[in-house]
Design a protein. Structure first.
Length: 278
């Protein structure tokens, strides 16, 4: 299903598009970096809400954009020593259509990034429990260690006798950044609920806003130009807006195909065109 998206009013994006149009050379496009992002959802009086960040204006990629917590894969995310519970890396490999090592690092990156960025740790001492009190000074120090690459996720979990809970993640989408971007990502979108006793916070330095949002309100702000979102985020927020409940949204297993938007001149202006799974 082809869908056209308006070009964001972000000055940096506009500048990059103009640069690309002046000399469109796909061979010069960087190889996309593997990445993972997590859509935390919850039930609220007005419907399902989703936790989002607004990236600071100084970010090299997607400045001022509304996004979900996440980021690039770290080479140590693939460590085989990573304590694990829930569907195995082999099971995730089948679901993600990658090899076992890559599946391990994508799931690990999702868990690590949301802990670094918003203080939610999807891990527990047993396969059916969750670690408590990750808001303490001790756990803030663990976040810093991960952010500064002083320790891997595997090391932190082993030191605290914890298992990564891969069963808490759902799998939602797979998007690749267009070729004209100077920074490109091959991103898997996961879903999850914030475990009881945890709170998604705003302590990341990469965002100037972190909050639970009502999808319909955010979409309205995007349509009016008050909020900036890239096509993958728009589609994801629309899907949250249509969800009957957070639990059902996480449990869904939609058809997933790789989506890579393209820059297209429609004759009346440039758009980002994406071929979406039906």
């Amino acid at each position: 299903m082809l869908r056209d998206f308006p070009i964001s009013e972000s000055p940096s994006l506009r500048a990059r598009i103009d640069e690309w149009l002046a000399d469109p050379d796909p061979s010069s496009s960087p190889t996309p970096r593997l990445a993972a992002t997590v859509m935390f959802v919850r039930d609220a009086a007005a419907g399902v809400e989703v936790f989002m960040l607004r990236r600071v204006a100084t970010m090299a990629f997607a400045p001022r954009m509304m996004v979900f917590p996440g980021g690039g894969v770290d080479s140590r995310d693939a460590e085989e020593s990573l304590p694990w519970a829930g569907p195995s890396p082999a099971e995730w490999a089948s679901r993600l259509r990658v090899d076992e090592s890559r599946a391990r690092e994508l799931v690990a990156a999702a868990v690590r990034e949301v802990f670094e960025e918003c203080g939610v740790l999807l891990a527990g001492p047993t396969p059916d429990s969750i670690v408590e009190d990750v808001a303490s000074e001790h756990w803030r120090e663990q976040r810093r260690r991960l952010l500064d690459r002083e320790a891997s996720l595997s090391q932190v979990l082993q030191e605290h006798g914890l298992l990564l809970r891969s069963d808490l993640l759902g799998y939602r989408a797979h998007w690749v950044t267009p070729v004209f971007e100077a920074r490109r990502y091959d991103t898997r979108f996961f879903t999850a609920a914030v475990p009881s006793g945890h709170r998604a916070d705003d302590q990341t330095t990469e965002a100037d806003l972190a909050a639970w949002v009502r999808p319909a309100e955010l979409l309205q702000a995007w349509e009016s130009g008050e909020a900036l979102m890239l096509p993958p985020t728009v589609v994801a927020v629309e899907e949250v807006a249509a969800a009957a409940s957070a639990a059902e949204f996480i449990a869904e297993q939609p058809v997933i195909e790789t989506v890579q938007p393209e820059l297209v001149d429609t004759g009346s202006g440039l758009v980002m065109r994406a071929d979406l799974p039906r």
